[in-house]
Design a protein around this ligand. Sequence first.
Ligand SMILES: Nc1ncnc2c1ncn2[C@@H]1O[C@H](COP(=O)(O)OP(=O)(O)OP(=O)(O)O)[C@@H](O)[C@H]1O
Length: 237
Amino acid sequence: MNDQPPAVEVRSLHVRFGDVEAVAGVDLAAGAGQATALLGRNGAGKSTTMRVLAGVVPPTAGSATVAGFDVRREPVAVKRATGYCPDVGGLVPRATAWEHLQLAARLRRLVGWEDRGRDLLERFGLGDASHRVTGGFSHGMGRRLSVVLATLHEPEVLLLDEPFDGVDPLGVEATLEAIADARARGACVLVSTHLRELAIEACGDVLVLRGGSQVAMLTADEMAGEEGARAYRALLD
Ligand SMILES: Nc1ncnc2c1ncn2[C@@H]1O[C@H](COP(=O)(O)OP(=O)(O)OP(=O)(O)O)[C@@H](O)[C@H]1O
């Protein structure tokens, strides 16, 4: 039996922006080596939940701990323990891909990261673009670089918000591999997406959100195939 505390633990999470209740009761426990998808339509509360887990947005009510750190009280420790690919933004248009890696490495005081950095850029099809400024990147190239930056320091908790959005099949393949590698070294992975098929390919468990609320926690097997598609549609109706 695994008596390790969960790497991510969320209890009755609520996040409110003025009149909008973006997250209205989410509970989640995920352990080392586990990958969980947050699945739901636009506006379901996926990104807001991810932002809370990245230590970027504080909960309005409820609690969340990441790698044992409370997101409200210890956001800096949470940021140190996580690798976060935000759904939008995060790249500096005038900096090259390689400069983004250099900056990320400096902020995290990494040493000897260059070979891994080069290897990741190659695996994500960005080797030839590593010295181009990101302002000229396509949307999918930016997404792929954001995943590289999230995983460079081999974080304990990897948070990927819409990593497949607008990404071509080779980029999807590289992202699935990065998720599998992270799990293999014992990281806890959370992936937010509105794509059921990729959610179940990438993750063993799926948390379905609707209108900010958690409507189901299912295994990838339960979400698979025609039956899974029907079950998912029924959860959204
Ligand atoms: N900073 C904010 N200020 C006001 N409302 C917000 C803010 N961030 C999110 N919301 C609202 O909270 C709700 C949930 O948004 P969120 O981005 O978490 O959903 P999502 O599931 O990630 O959607 P998508 O798939 O479109 O990215 C939406 O109604 C959104 O408009």
